[in-house]
Design a protein around this ligand. Structure first.
Ligand SMILES: O=C(O)CCC(=O)C(=O)O
Ligand SMILES: [Fe+2]
Length: 350
């Protein structure tokens, strides 16, 4: 059996004293507000105010108190492949400031936005095009890499304030993504830090919805390629829809202060077929600009991805052949199979 190689350890984040105290200030000033909002969100989830929200709700604070919560997470991952995360400790003030920075970056001249070039295919600026005329996107390959963040700041000539917010958000969302990865593994009985070595892509999306585009598509149906994506969806403008287990699209209604998590093809491969790679899309429902911020743990830079031996036995034979993330990404791209079917090309057991 091919063993998964550990990815190279990344250099630790170097921040000087001024940056550090600024970051503490931002975190400190915003924390209380964030805590209150997270508490409100959690209360909503127990007070029945969540009737509008059909996907499972995962409270990040319950993992410490209740082992049953891991079962709830596993069910959500297996039955939906997506869930809302509440009580996550990311201050709502930071989420608001990040959204403001994102909207400012999209205001830059197209010429400047085009400086946000791809580091790997599809990681940089995507202008509106014929297939997707209402959508544009800025991005960077790995928000855990100070070099990648620094490159992105220079490409867009970001202000010191914008850099500070982006850095703080990147660090906070990366921690949340790693916590989620750990908890998902633990829900399957595994203790691992594996995802720490995997790049975490940042995508900032802007949807130019107008009266003319109502009823049309913002982003076509797809599954995400990587392991998991944390989406900060627009706090007012809906349109995101996830497919349920009957094949029907259900609306993911905005819920400010919370995040939506989608599991992708790599999660299905890694869990030996147990986790669902949820199909989702964005539809234009109303004539308003919509923003979203998607942070995705992809797959390892080095070595193959495969289900760990603990998830393989006679009852659960290995379903997919080991493959590197880069090869899987290319396979999806060349076959144009964007809703998870590319995994079936790796199937070694039916
Ligand atoms: O805009 C959204 O809410 C989701 C976008 C999305 O599905 C993605 O970036 O993969
Ligand atoms: Fe997606």
């Amino acid at each position: 059996m091919v063993k998964t190689k550990q990815a190279a350890i990344k250099p630790t984040l170097q921040i000087n004293a001024i940056e550090y105290s600024l970051s503490l200030c931002i975190r400190g000033c915003l924390f209380e507000e964030g805590k209150r909002t997270s508490e409100r969100a959690a209360n909503m989830s127990t007070e029945g105010d969540n009737s509008n929200h059909v996907v499972p709700i995962i409270d990040m604070q319950e993992f410490d108190q209740d082992v049953e919560h891991y079962r709830k997470l596993r069910e959500a991952a297996e039955e939906w492949g997506c869930f809302r995360v509440v009580n996550h400790n990311i201050p709502v003030g930071l989420m608001t400031q990040m959204k403001k920075v994102v909207s400012e970056l999209f205001e830059l001249p197209t010429e400047t936005k085009r400086h946000n070039i791809d580091l790997i295919t599809g990681s940089g600026y995507l202008a509106p095009n014929v297939a997707n005329p209402n959508y544009e996107s800025l991005g960077l390959h790995d928000l855990g890499s100070p070099q990648n963040l620094g490159g992105f700041f220079s490409q867009l000539d970001a202000s010191p304030h914008q850099r500070e917010i982006l850095e703080t958000y990147a660090q906070a969302i990366h921690e949340l993504a790693l916590d989620l990865g750990k908890n998902l593994a633990k829900s399957m009985g595994l203790v691992t830090d594996l995802f720490k070595e995997w790049p975490c892509q940042l995508r900032m999306n802007k949807y130019h919805f107008t009266p003319e585009t109502v009823g049309s598509s913002g982003v076509l149906v797809h599954s995400d390629c990587g392991f998991l994506t944390i989406v900060q969806d627009d706090e007012k403008v809906g349109g995101l829809e996830a497919m349920d287990n009957l094949g029907a699209f259900v609306p993911i209604r905005p819920w400010p202060g919370t995040f939506l998590v989608n599991l992708g093809d790599v999660a299905k491969l890694w869990s030996n077929g147990r986790f669902l790679n949820v199909k989702h899309r964005v539809e234009c429902k109303e004539s308003s600009i919509r923003f979203s911020i998607a942070s995705s743990i992809l797959g390892p830079n080095e070595g193959v991805m495969e289900a760990p031996p603990e998830l393989v036995d006679t009852e659960h034979p290995r379903l997919y052949a080991p493959i590197t993330y880069e090869d899987y990404r290319k396979l999806r791209h060349t076959t144009k199979l964007a809703t998870g079917e590319a995994l079936e090309l790796l199937r070694i057991h039916s």
